[in-house]
Design a protein around this ligand. Sequence first.
Ligand SMILES: N[C@@H](CCC(=O)N[C@@H](CS)C(=O)NCC(=O)O)C(=O)O
Length: 363
Amino acid sequence: MKDLMYGSPASLFSGKARAFLDWKGVDYIEIAPNLEIRNEVIVPAVGRMIIPVMKLGDGTILQDTSLIIDHYEAAIGGPSVFPETPRQHFAARLLECFGDEWLVIPAMHYRWNYNEEWIYGEFGRSVAPDAPADQQVAAGKMVGQAFKGFVPMLGIKEATIPGIEASYEALLADLDAHFAAHPFLFGTRPSIGDYGLIGPLYAHLYRDPESGKIMERLAPRVADWVRRMIDPAEPLPGDFLPDDEVPVTLQPILRRMMAEHLPFLIETARMLGEWHAKNPDTELPRGLGMAPFTIEGVAGEGAARTFSLWMLQRALDYRDALDRDDRAACDELLRSVGGEALIDFTMPVRLAYENHTLTVASD
Ligand SMILES: N[C@@H](CCC(=O)N[C@@H](CS)C(=O)NCC(=O)O)C(=O)O
């Protein structure tokens, strides 16, 4: 039996997984989960409704794009989306974390504040493809309300919108300049960092019609990159730049991560340490409370999400396993983009993601 991905066109993380699977040349089929699949397949297997979910030929269920990508990288081998050299690899993993866990903010802002009615129709077509139009919209609203509920939790409010938009527009300009020089982040082959960015930059910021117009107008080369990412010309082409080069055009993007996302991650880690000291035997919550952030000079607060720390931990685990010289090269890269705070940062407790659940690791 072929591998199966339960995913949907409007889903951020389905877009990340699909772009990777298509580049890697994985033989799979994608099915949009209707209400029955949600209730009878995904929720019983994963414990909650979430996509994408990969069902392998032998029945194994994989959830989380990181595990899906790790699985196929190991199973298929061949050219990898993980660069072999330290600076490129570490930077790519940091950018994956930034795309997955921070750019969800502009993604959700533009979806819900510029495309709300359209997205209800999309959700309806996806979950109830055979239902009459009115029931489809009702089903779409039901699914959509849950996601709309995340908007204030992410810190998207009247007061923060100017900062979110200024930051996104500056990011687009920086990416547009980068893609004038390179087809992907680190050369002619997409990296795990490209896949982190494609999640938010495809479904919400390119495919949602009003967002797509903004991207085409402000950063046409980013829209071209989105098309290269979602429709690879042939499987597995390209190489990473020689000499472990992290292009200078990526510096402003890494710098933005260090200025906006890193302080939020460090505060989230502090909250995790505090929470764990008080609740050593309690199930890890998805959110630890609200944490402050600053985006283009605008202050806000958003839910401090434990999952973001697992993504950061994955990047740091890579860096921490390097030998002294390679680690020094990563630290130098951090210094050059304002990421000094990450040099001596350690997680207050280790996290593990097992059986579709994030926990404090027992070791
Ligand atoms: N980190 C996960 C996140 C998956 C995720 O958040 N999926 C969204 C749709 S794009 C979802 O189903 N969310 C439902 C929820 O979080 O309650 C991944 O990489 O797969």
